[in-house]
Design a protein around this ligand. Structure first.
Ligand code: PMP
Ligand code: GLU
Length: 401
């Protein structure tokens, strides 16, 4: 069968594929420990869900403006403005069906044939695919491993050409957990501005931050005004408020970009689901309640991060890992155990799943085949069992050679 050249390079999402496989194996009766899923294991806080039920009962079941309800756009503007201590015009916010759509909209509206887009690598698996769908070319830029792969202006300068139109950056990072400090972020933003390159900043994990110096990870919105050139900020409700299934994201950019994004969305998906917008209004609009719920979840993620890094250091010292400053992933190197017949992160993850029932995501899906990704958004007992099983299996391989 022949398909359109629009999807010539399209690959299925590896992150979604692994969690679907884990769910299927479990439904077939296998004892599976799924550490692949990139979603909080908590239920959505009930004051948020209740608002959706209330919204449905009061008739919020119809189309809203494609850009989102004015109330939700205002609440989001207030939310991001408060953290950054900056006035945000609600008209410059577009509500999307998940942060995924916000990122896709930005890529599709801004980039096209002949354009190169720098993608900070290791990257979230969907970024290059979105750039391909826009018929532009992703250019993978990797910072130093000792610097947790964070990019510096020198890394960017070495990768840029006259075709470079954009830079996609994610902090706190998926899959690395690396967090850009305000200084790092400012240096990158100034570089992008100087080059006239669009900075697309994915801050979906911003609230899931473990530093003690500040409540949330640094944002591009906190930078001095003169540091920031053309940008699109991508964020959403999925991770911070445990709302992955509700499909609420947003972007914030200039009025010109917003106009094009709303036009695109008006012909593709229209508005994000109305009851989900009602729920998101509670999340973004009732600051004190939302903050309390988020703080509780972040404290649990932080405890699990400490548990997981402690177990890895004790039980699997041959696997070096990046120490996560935010998000809920541990990205660790397994290439020291690659052997003939089991080489590469996909083979490693297949072997591990077959041998132990532990599901991880191969690093190749994030642009680095030496690594694998473990999600610690699950309970302590499961994490402990998963790492212990992995350690036993790896010990077996090492002692056999
Ligand atoms: N950006 C990153 C870095 C992510 O990990 C995810 C995970 N889903 C998304 C965007 C998309 O979020 P959403 O579920 O809101 O579409
Ligand atoms: N972003 C999450 C992950 O990286 C969820 C799956 C997806 O949307 O890719 O696992």
């Amino acid at each position: 069968m022949t398909f359109s050249s629009n999807i010539a390079r399209l690959q299925p999402s590896a992150t979604l594929a692994v969690s679907s496989l884990a769910k299927r194996l479990r439904s077939e009766g296998r004892d599976i420990i799924d550490l692949s899923a990139g979603e909080p294991d908590f239920d959505t806080p009930s004051f948020i869900s209740d608002q959706a039920i209330e919204g449905i009962r009061s008739g919020q079941t119809r189309y809203t403006p494609a850009s989102g309800t004015p109330e939700l756009r205002a609440a989001i503007a207030g939310h991001i403005g408060a953290v950054a201590d900056r006035h945000i015009d609600p008209g410059d916010v577009v509500v999307t069906s998940g942060a995924k759509q916000a990122m896709f909209n930005a890529a599709f509206v801004l980039f096209g044939p002949g354009d190169d887009v720098l993608v900070a690598t290791p990257y979230w698996t969907s970024y290059p695919q979105m750039v391909y769908l826009a018929r532009a070319e992703p250019v993978f830029v990797r910072g130093a491993e000792e610097n947790d792969f964070r990019l510096t202006p020198a890394d960017l300068e070495a990768a840029a050409t006259e075709r470079t139109r954009g830079l996609i950056l994610c902090s706190p990072g998926n899959p690395t957990g690396a967090v850009y400090s305000s200084e790092d972020l400012e240096a990158v933003a100034r570089w992008a501005k100087g080059r006239g390159v669009w900075l697309i900043a994915d801050e979906i994990y911003r609230r899931i931050y473990y530093g003690s110096d500040r409540p949330v990870a640094p944002s591009i919105l906190e930078l001095p005004e003169d540091a920031l050139g053309p940008f699109v900020l991508v964020d959403g409700a999925s991770k911070s408020f445990a709302m992955t299934g509700w499909r609420i994201g947003f972007l914030y950019s200039s009025p010109e970009v917003v106009k094009k994004v709303v036009a695109l969305q008006g012909h593709t998906t229209s508005n994000a689901a109305a009851p989900s917008q009602a729920a998101a209004l509670a999340a973004f609009g009732s600051r004190d309640r939302a903050e309390a719920a988020v703080a509780e979840m972040v404290a649990a993620f932080q405890r699990r991060r400490d548990l997981v890094t402690g177990l890895m250091s004790d039980l699997l010292p041959e696997f070096t890992y990046l120490s996560p400053g935010g998000a809920f992933y541990l990205f660790f190197r397994v290439d020291s155990v690659y052997r003939e017949g089991c080489e590469g992160s996909t083979a490693f993850c297949s072997w591990l799943l077959e041998e132990t029932g532990v599901a991880l995501v191969p690093g190749v899906a994030f642009g680095d085949d030496r690594f694998v990704r473990l999600s610690f958004a699950t309970d302590d007992a499961t994490l402990k069992r998963g790492i212990e099983r992995m350690a036993t299996a790896v010990r077996g391989v090492l002692s056999a050679t």
